[in-house]
Design a binder for this molecule. Structure first.
Ligand SMILES: Nc1nc2c(ncn2[C@@H]2O[C@H](COP(=O)(O)OP(=O)(O)OP(=O)(O)O)[C@@H](O)[C@H]2O)c(=O)[nH]1
Ligand SMILES: [Ca+2]
Length: 495
């Protein structure tokens, strides 16, 4: 009897298909395993010490080891504020500067896994306090830097240097930080200008719409394949502590001299009515930011009168707007293009405006509220905030009036673009400031050219692989069922 099998070529075709599909699945699974092998991320770390004029902070950053060239990947893991004043205050005891860092660096050792210590870079950047000390006493500034360097070299981390950074670097790296954290650097959308107010200097950095007329104020970066032509300026002596000294020094200059027996009374509209404090001339004139004014008596009475508009007038006197060698200037003969775009204002811009709840109002309302605050008696202010450091508390009227004067009369913000300024402390988990930008630059974590982007994000890739595998399995099942049916039909035909 002759046996007839229906579609006799089915069997080898089906076996061939099954082999190809099985091989396909094996290859896909292998690719998934190889491409995304780290199921739990490995992190790398970096430490930057911000040795500011008023205090030192230690920042620990972390990022996934495999993704260090991607924007927005580095985040702040931990910060530690060093006890006491900034390192420039150790000019008479340089060894103390290095010792002061011990506790925070001990914390850093705890926070970073021990097996990563030796490859964790540590950088110290000193800002305006050390710039001023260097102007006053270069030898003392070198001793202080030696002392902090020695203290950092003793640690298990990879020491990368302790130096005074320039005002330009401070401005530019602050700009990189805020734009890196806002993920602006790989998008065609605009960038965020950076406004930083420290104790001894203040920085303004932004992408201008006009040509930069002075070479000193221009800085260029190529980041992720885009060119940025930045305007930046750092005003040494115009941080809020030095500005207070400049302003008080000017008032003392114009106060009539008293005789030897009676200290002068400095009537100050930037301090609350009822505020009365005896100060020494040393507290005002111990700075290279101005020349010492001779006083008949070393002590003086600092008396508050709480008058906002007079305070503003007195602060205007520390900005020289009488000359400008360029088409336009901010103050002191410094070129500045007109401000454009949005700005992030951080450090003391934030501390002060946030404390006074002045971060969201129009310029006019901000002025009105501040005028009321400045005229509030000191007794009432002190009673309302018993737990706030009295030095900070007594200075908020001056500090906020200084901020308004700097932004409006100095940088030429107006009521039309006042709300383009956001007062910020952090973006995501990370503080706004120059330290992150400094580390990203020194570790080459922001490439000049855009790195190759994977075809699809990880989530999309996994979903695609799952759906595709499922589809193949269904196909396999259908082929199998079809094959079984064909075989059964063939067997029936035989019977
Ligand atoms: N109100 C208030 N003021 C603060 C606080 N922290 C710091 N300040 C003051 O704000 C000013 C600026 O502080 P920072 O930005 O840390 O200044 P810095 O980095 O030490 O100084 P620079 O070297 O000029 O950048 C200083 O006068 C500080 O004393 C805070 O939490 N609240
Ligand atoms: Ca600072």
């Amino acid at each position: 009897m002759e046996v007839k099998v229906k579609n006799p070529w089915h069997r080898p075709v089906v076996i061939f298909l099954a082999c190809v599909i099985t091989a396909g699945i094996i290859i896909m699974v292998a690719i998934s395993v190889v491409q995304y092998k780290p199921l739990h991320q490995k992190y790398k770390y970096g430490i930057v010490l911000d040795a500011g004029s008023s205090h030192t902070s230690v920042f620990i950053y972390e990022w996934p080891a495999e993704k260090e060239n991607n924007t927005g990947m580095v985040r702040q893991k931990h910060t530690c504020n060093v006890q006491g004043k900034g390192i420039s205050s150790y000019s008479d005891n340089p060894m103390g500067a290095g010792t002061s860092l011990k506790d925070c660096m001990e914390e850093a050792k705890q926070k970073i896994p021990a097996h990563r210590h030796h490859e964790t870079p540590v950088y110290l950047g000193a800002t305006a306090g050390m710039r001023l000390l260097k102007m006053e006493n270069e030898e003392a500034s070198e001793k202080v830097l030696d002392s902090v360097a020695r203290s950092l070299k003793d640690l298990p981390f990879s020491y990368q240097g302790a130096r005074i950074i320039s005002g330009q670097e401070e401005g530019a790296f602050g700009w990189i930080t805020v734009n890196y954290l806002s993920e602006n650097l790989r998008k065609p959308t605009g960038t965020l200008g950076a406004l930083d107010l420290g104790g001894a200097s203040t920085q303004i950095t932004f992408v201008p719409q006009q040509e930069i007329e002075s070479h000193d104020n221009s800085i260029d970066f190529r980041l992720y394949g885009n060119d940025y032509h930045l305007y930046t300026h750092s005003f040494l002596c115009y941080g809020k502590d030095q500005a207070l000294k400049l302003s008080m020094g000017k008032k003392i200059e114009s106060t009539p001299k008293a005789d030897e027996t009676h200290p002068i009374e400095l009537r100050d509209p930037c301090f609350h009515p009822g505020y009365n404090f005896t100060r020494t001339a040393q507290t005002v004139f111990n700075t290279p930011c101005m020349k010492k004014v001779k006083m008949a008596n070393e002590n003086f009475f600092h008396v508050g009168t709480g008058n906002w508009s007079q305070c503003r007038q007195s602060i205007r006197k520390i900005f020289n707007t009488s000359y400008c060698p360029y088409s336009r200037c901010s103050f002191n003969g410094v070129f500045q293009p007109s401000v454009s775009g949005n700005f992030g204002a951080f450090s003391a811009f934030f501390f002060v405006m946030d404390f006074l709840k002045l971060t969201n109002d129009s310029l006019d309302l901000t002025k009105q509220k501040l005028a009321t605050y400045c005229s509030t008696p000191w007794k009432e202010i002190a009673e309302t905030h018993p737990h706030i450091n009295k030095k900070y508390l007594s200075e908020y009227c001056f500090s906020a009036t200084y901020i308004l004067t700097l932004l409006e009369d100095g940088y030429k913000f107006t009521s039309n673009n006042w709300n383009d300024i956001s007062f910020i402390k952090k973006i995501g988990d990370s503080d706004a400031g120059w330290t992150l930008g400094y580390m990203l630059n020194l570790t080459n974590m922001i490439p000049a050219e855009a790195p190759d982007v994977p075809l699809m994000p990880y989530g999309g890739y996994v979903t695609f692989m799952l759906l595709f595998s499922l589809l193949i399995l269904v196909l396999l099942l259908l082929v199998y069922l079809y094959f079984r049916r064909s075989t059964r039909t063939a067997q029936k035909d035989i019977i």
